[in-house]
Design a protein around this ligand. Structure first.
Ligand code: CAA
Length: 380
């Protein structure tokens, strides 16, 4: 067992850290206030290879491993979780799914552009009545021979108004339940595909979240991913990897808030000394750091499982469950350590606290992670 990062991993982490400090940090408060999508920064992240981190270089990707992915996600998320969710969705839910399950033609046409950041992708599974209960898809994709016709509504779609390529999960044969579901590639601008209003969110306000409407949207058969009826398993496998990305995002939010709280506690004085010298604050710091390190171990283990070709359904669910809990609890503590200053936007921790909440909700709520973990334990 080796807990040390390789020289290459350290270089990758430092490059992401440097980018986050120099490029993401300067406008992050303003983007959050204005709910502004970081368009030019997405382009720069594409140039750095952050949008196709694990994709094979033959499809325009960076060919890195999942450990590199979580290192990059943590560093970006320490500063700007709105930017990092764009990276996570594009990498795990769109690029991974296409590379693992798409046809060669789909990879050449879409993956090459998604991996370089020329295109941004979105993953459309959630619906008004199918969030956690993902098999209850009301959106239909009816087979018309050489094409399908999609009708339905998708909710809370990250990159919803900004994507070029949408992976859409829909029900083709309701009698077959989860085995009647398919995944499709839908291009922006396809007739009948409408982007609804943007959501006004508590956190990750710089990311772009929309409801999407599909009214008789014609999609050619070549744009179905995998064999007929494989869409639900495709979505589940894709989400298992996505959960590693969101776990790393939660880890970054927690460690970013911790670093700010530690720094602040060494500067701020009360009762004649820096507040870190008061046990009330020092013990908070000890608890925060210990929990963050424990979360890091789970996140790294899930990424390692993926890199080793092992099953990572359970380890990714555990990593997300725990890291998101740590992010939520300890961003609240970071605000507490900052006192009144923590409640105002200039100090960043209030934003990190708001951003933390979504990590317990998207890509499977904490309750869903417990279903995945417990079912896997019972089956083992
Ligand atoms: N890999 C392969 N197959 C899987 C699988 C996996 N990880 N998980 C389930 N399956 C298979 C099952 O084996 C089963 O197949 P059989 O019928 O052949 O046995 C089939 O899929 C149905 O599975 P379940 O019976 O377990 O289905 P369920 O209805 O009980 O639901 C669930 C399981 C885990 C709760 C699932 O619905 C789930 O993960 N829900 C949460 C969905 C979610 O994460 N949504 C997030 C939205 S995306 C998002 O947030 C993106 C964003 O923009 C940031």
């Amino acid at each position: 067992m080796d807990f040390k990062l390789s020289e290459e991993h350290i270089m990758i982490r430092d490059a992401a850290r440097d980018f986050a400090q120099t490029e993401l940090l300067p406008g992050v408060i303003e983007r959050d206030n204005k709910q502004e999508f970081p368009q030019s920064l997405v382009k720069k992240m594409g140039e750095l290879g952050f949008l196709g981190i694990m994709v094979d270089p033959k499809y325009g990707g960076s060919g890195m491993d999942a450990i590199s992915y979580v290192l990059i996600m943590e560093e970006l998320s320490k500063i700007d979780a709105s930017a990092s969710v764009i990276v996570s969705v594009n990498n795990s839910l769109v690029c991974y799914g296409l590379e693992a399950y798409g046809s060669e033609e789909q990879k050449q046409k879409y993956l090459t552009k998604l991996a370089t950041g020329e295109f941004v992708g979105a993953f459309c599974l959630s619906e008004p009545e199918a969030g956690s209960d993902a098999t209850s898809q009301a959106t239909t994709a009816i087979d018309h021979g050489d094409h399908y016709v999609i009708n339905g509504t998708k909710n809370w779609i990250t990159n919803g108004g900004r994507a070029d390529v949408y992976i859409v999960i829909a029900q083709t044969d309701r009698d077959k339940g989860s085995h009647g579901i398919n995944a499709f590639i839908v291009e922006k601008g396809t007739e009948g595909f409408h982007i609804g209003p943007k959501e006004d969110k508590l956190g990750i306000r710089g990311s772009d979240t929309h409801t999407l409407q599909f009214n008789d949207v014609k999609v050619s058969k070549e744009n179905r991913i995998g064999v007929n009826g494989s869409g639900f398993r495709f979505a589940m496998k894709t989400l298992s990897g996505g959960r590693i990305g969101i776990a790393a995002q939660a880890l970054g939010i927690a460690s970013g808030a911790f670093e700010l709280a530690l720094k602040y506690s060494k500067q701020r004085k009360a009762f004649g000394t820096e507040i870190c010298n008061h046990q009330a604050i020092a013990f908070k710091l000890a608890d925060m750091y210990t929990d963050i390190e424990a979360a890091r171990m789970l996140v790294m283990k899930a990424a390692w499982d993926k890199d080793q070709g092992l099953n990572y359904d359970k380890s990714s669910a555990m990593a997300k469950l725990y890291a998101s809990k740590v992010a939520m609890e300890h961003t609240v503590e970071a605000v507490q350590i900052h006192g009144g200053n923590g409640f105002v936007k200039d100090y960043h921790v209030e934003r990190l606290m708001r951003d933390a909440k979504i990590t317990q909700i998207y890509e499977g709520t904490s309750e869903i992670q417990k279903i995945v973990i417990s079912r896997s334990l019972i089956k083992e």
